[in-house]
Design a binder for this molecule. Sequence first.
Ligand code: RP5
Length: 160
Amino acid sequence: MSSKLVGVVIGSKSDWDVMRACDQTLADFGVPHECRVLSAHRTPRALEQWIAQCEKEGVEVFIAAAGGAAHLAGVVAAYTLRPVLAVPMESKLMGLDSLLAMVQMPAGIPVGTLAVGKAGAINAALLAISILAATRPELAQKLKDYRSRQADKILGEKLD
Ligand code: RP5
């Protein structure tokens, strides 16, 4: 595998408590990735440079998490042709502001927006893995095993 397949960017260190679940999921599947704190409005030039560097290093999917006026994913998508997955962070309006900022991209520059918070963090990783698995049978097998363990757990649940 390439040295880096997924680039994960969070708008602030304050997003990490939630986004470490994305990092952990990618690590559990053995997907090489890098997580960085970079902001669309606080560090725009560094963000642009990081995206270009990631592309050079083989990144095929980007994941961007931000809260509030969450334009980070849209800005990442403006700089790359690779798929960009967006994870809205909970914020002052319980994440509704972040969700709408990410999901309401005007036609032309798409981002794929996941659920608010931890579910979105995990699903962004799983969706990135699905994209990569289209050309990597070993990842497709890991996804099948993951789903099968998930199903076994539910089927084995006992109620008091
Ligand atoms: C966004 O603003 C970040 O993604 C974070 O979710 C939110 C608050 O950032 P901090 O003020 O905690 O740095 O840009």
